[in-house]
Design a protein around this ligand. Structure first.
Ligand code: ASN
Ligand code: ZN
Length: 332
């Protein structure tokens, strides 16, 4: 009738998150039996297929250094588990498709590859080792970003170009932040930065900032006509900024030791409602309102509708959603 598998735990010595518990299967593989049998594979510099499933005799994975090939596997496996747990525990969603079935991760993609990505056709996520100062791209937020592309693919299916592409990217950054905060790992506390552990530019700065996206030199803080013509990792800026404003409010603030200073495009203040409500509004809009062609104006309409359903017309939450959109130049 069914195959019974006990939920089983090994030990991961990660690069970014310290020593953690990893779901594994007996004698031993990185197969997370408590999370839909999500698996983690070693591509060993290959660029296709799955390489080999991480396996070993001791159920201890990695030693915290990138020289040990299991370490990236431990980080990726942990990031997928945290993302699974976030969507399950916070939003009641079991797995990317909501069917309880795990996906898989692949690490050590290619040679000195400085990126990570989600692929619809394999329903899998893939991580490079980085190069120079850029470390392996397997931190919690990067893993949550990539796995959240899967959630978008399974729900709104936001087309990955134009304004919908920016909203697709922002969805991954928003849930990357939400997962990182929810995990509360002592070595990687939650923040409104993306990829801060990777040092992708070699000067210690993160890949992206949500309080003021233009801090990266390329992303946009506010919507303008024509924003659909730029790279989706930059047109995500207004929605990332909206999420920050809605969560924390405008102006200067320190969260988990990180300093932020979020402006608004209209100069008017926004009072935050907290990231839990902000993330719930985005999740419900993504899964019940957005479609493949949703643009910024429709994202505003959808999130206002969700906030009205959740908190009532005229509620402080609805007003905050509207004010945050106004603060990134998305009007009614
Ligand atoms: N790391 C990038 C992302 O997930 C890869 C890409 O450009 N699609 O957004
Ligand atoms: Zn992305």
């Amino acid at each position: 009738l069914f195959e019974w598998q006990a939920v089983h735990n090994g030990t991961g010595n990660t690069q970014y998150s310290g020593q953690v518990t990893l779901g594994s299967a007996p004698s031993y593989t990185l197969t997370d039996t408590g999370r839909g049998n999500h698996k983690t594979y070693n591509l060993n510099r290959g660029t296709s297929g799955t390489g080999t499933l991480f396996s070993g005799a001791d159920d201890i994975w990695g030693d915290g250094t990138p020289q040990n090939l299991e370490t990236a596997g431990a980080d990726a496996h942990y990031g997928a588990a945290l993302t699974w747990d976030y969507f399950k525990n916070v939003h009641g969603r079991s797995g990317i498709k909501g069917d309880g079935v795990g996906a898989y991760s692949r690490v050590h993609y290619g040679n000195a590859y400085v990126n990570a990505f989600w692929t619809d056709s394999c329903f899998c996520m893939t991580y490079g080792d980085g190069a120079g100062n850029a470390k392996p791209l397997t931190s919690i937020d990067v893993a949550a970003h990539e796995m959240s592309h899967g959630i978008t693919s399974a729900t709104a299916r936001l087309v990955y170009s134009g304004e919908s592409g920016g909203l697709n990217e922002a969805t991954s950054d928003i849930f990357a932040a939400a997962v990182e905060f929810h995990a509360n790992n002592p070595q990687d506390k939650g923040d409104y930065l993306v990829g801060e552990k990777i040092d992708i530019r070699g000067n210690g700065t993160p890949l992206r900032y949500m309080d003021k996206p233009s801090r990266d030199g390329s992303s946009k803080d506010a919507w303008y006509s024509g924003i659909g013509g730029i790279d989706v990792h930059y047109s995500s800026g207004p929605a990332n900024h909206w999420f920050y404003l809605l969560s924390e409010g405008s102006g200067a603030k320190t969260v988990n030791g990180v300093n932020y200073d979020s402006p608004t495009s209209d100069g008017l203040p926004v009072t935050g409602i907290g990231r839990d409500k902000a993330a719930l509004i985005w999740y419900k809009a993504l899964t019940t309102k957005f479609t493949s062609t949703t643009n910024y104006a429709a994202a505003r309409t959808g999130t206002v509708a969700v906030a009205t359903e959740l908190y009532g017309a005229g509620s402080a939450e609805v007003k905050a959603v509207e004010h945050a959109w106004a603060g990134v130049n998305v009007g009614s």
